[in-house]
Structure formats: structure tokens, C-alpha cells
Design a protein around this ligand. Structure first.
Ligand SMILES: [Zn+2]
Length: 98
């Protein structure tokens, strides 16, 4: 399968971007750097909401994303990280007002 650096799913089901195995217990996983329990690849499980769970695999990610993640991990706590992701989404989706 194609290796993906970003995978989206929900708290009940998300497929690993490296091995493709379905993970079913994301809510119990560490939200910071972790591993896939099946293939042991280093990754981060971002648990935003029950319906919005993401896996990011730095090894496959663009360099800018890798650096961004490293900065977030050293500078922000978990809550600030989630807040930042939500706000970045706003920047990307907010329509022009002029
Ligand atoms: Zn895996």
C-alpha cells in the first residue's frame, strides 16, 4: 500500500498510514509521540474529537510538517496543540469578508 503521512479516522476506526492495519482503541493511546501497535512506526495520534482522529507519521511527512510538529511538541501542551490545529483550520476555511 501507499505510505501516507496523514490519515484521518474516528475514535473507533483509523487505518495506520504505514501498515494499513485498523486501530480501534485510539482514545486510550498517547496523544503525543507514539507508535503504531502493529508495525511500531513512530507516529502521533491526534485525538481532536470522537469523529476526528488523525495519525501523522513524521517519517513520511513533508519537511515543513516535520519541523512544525517538532516545534509544537517542544513549545505547546496538548490543549494548546489542539487549539492550534482548530485555528489553522479556521485560517484555511474562513471566507474573505471584503
Ligand atoms: Zn502500523
Amino acid at each position: 500500500m501507499k505510505k501516507e503521512w496523514l490519515i484521518k479516522g474516528d475514535h473507533k476506526k483509523i487505518n495506520c498510514g504505514n501498515c494499513g492495519k485498523t486501530q480501534t482503541a485510539i482514545s486510550t493511546m498517547d496523544h503525543h509521540s507514539g507508535i503504531c501497535p502493529d508495525c511500531n512506526i513512530n507516529c502521533i495520534w491526534y485525538y481532536l474529537t470522537n469523529e476526528n482522529v488523525a495519525q501523522i507519521i513524521p517519517e513520511f511527512a513533508p519537511n515543513s510538517v516535520k519541523l512544525f510538529i517538532e516545534w509544537c511538541q517542544s513549545e505547546l501542551d496538548e490543549l494548546e496543540m489542539i487549539e492550534l490545529i482548530v485555528e489553522l483550520e479556521n485560517i484555511g476555511t474562513t471566507k474573505a469578508t471584503v
